[in-house]
Design a protein around this ligand. Structure first.
Ligand SMILES: N[C@@H](CCC(=O)N[C@@H](CSO)C(=O)NCC(=O)O)C(=O)O
Length: 219
């Protein structure tokens, strides 16, 4: 019997984009369901009762939650194409470390930039730039975080590239000026169809952010 794969997601979510990129890298057919997070579907509440968040991958009726765990599940189940994690245990641990670092920093800093103004925004901006410089240092002269090939850390981080424009515009700064190698790396990742067909245009994300700021009363 063919696998039944359903993805509960939300189109601007960087966490959801990670899973979409992984599914595209593995050329897995799946049903995409976009959630209204202001009115969550019974299926989302049933499949992720603990966090009630997207993304959730439902594979033959069984839910897997948390984007980085979903991506690792996909890599372990569909082994025959485009390995995402390294095979060496130590290299796997390093890849998980950097994906976790992205998880701890990107959304937390970026959301504080477009949700705030003044000192709070400035503090978030400084922390984001510092984090991007740490990641740029890790990347070094390599084409990808794992070396010569696109992999788990690249996939975990590049989904936030679609939010760079909104972050820079709300925060009135240039990520490229601060971290040119990170932007060059992101553009390199965008040359892959799995990434370019997944990441929404940055102007579409910006329109979403403007609506969010309006809803939050931030002008
Ligand atoms: N650690 C998780 C984060 C998912 C998340 O925040 N999902 C958000 C949408 S994207 O910002 C979400 O589902 N929010 C709904 C809510 O908080 O009620 C992961 O990596 O999958």
């Amino acid at each position: 019997m063919a696998d039944q794969v359903i993805l509960l997601d939300f189109w601007p979510s960087s966490f959801g984009m990670r899973v979409r990129i992984a599914l595209a890298e593995k050329e897995i057919q799946y049903e995409y369901r976009d959630e209204n997070l202001q009115d969550k579907s019974p299926m989302l509440l049933e499949m992720n009762p603990v966090h009630k968040k997207i993304p959730v991958l439902i594979h033959n009726g069984r839910p897997i939650c948390e984007s980085l765990l979903i991506v690792q599940y996909i890599d372990e189940v569909w082994k025959d194409k485009s390995p995402l994690l390294p095979s060496d245990p130590y290299q796997r641990a390093q890849a998980r470390f950097w994906a976790d670092y992205v998880d701890k920093k990107m959304y937390y800093c970026m959301s504080r930039i477009w949700r705030n103004k003044g000192e709070e925004q400035e503090a978030a901006k400084e922390e984001l730039i510092e984090s991007l410089k740490v990641l740029q240092g890790e990347l070094g002269e390599k084409p990808y975080f794992g070396g010569e090939t696109f992999g788990f850390v690249d996939l975990s981080f590049v989904s936030f590239y679609s939010w760079f424009y909104s972050t820079e515009t709300c925060g009135n700064f240039s990520i490229e000026s601060e971290c040119p190698k990170i932007v060059a790396w992101a553009k390199r990742c965008m040359e892959r169809e799995s990434v370019s067909k997944t990441l929404p245009h940055h102007h579409k994300i910006y329109e979403f952010v403007l609506q969010l700021r309006k809803r939050l009363g931030i002008e």
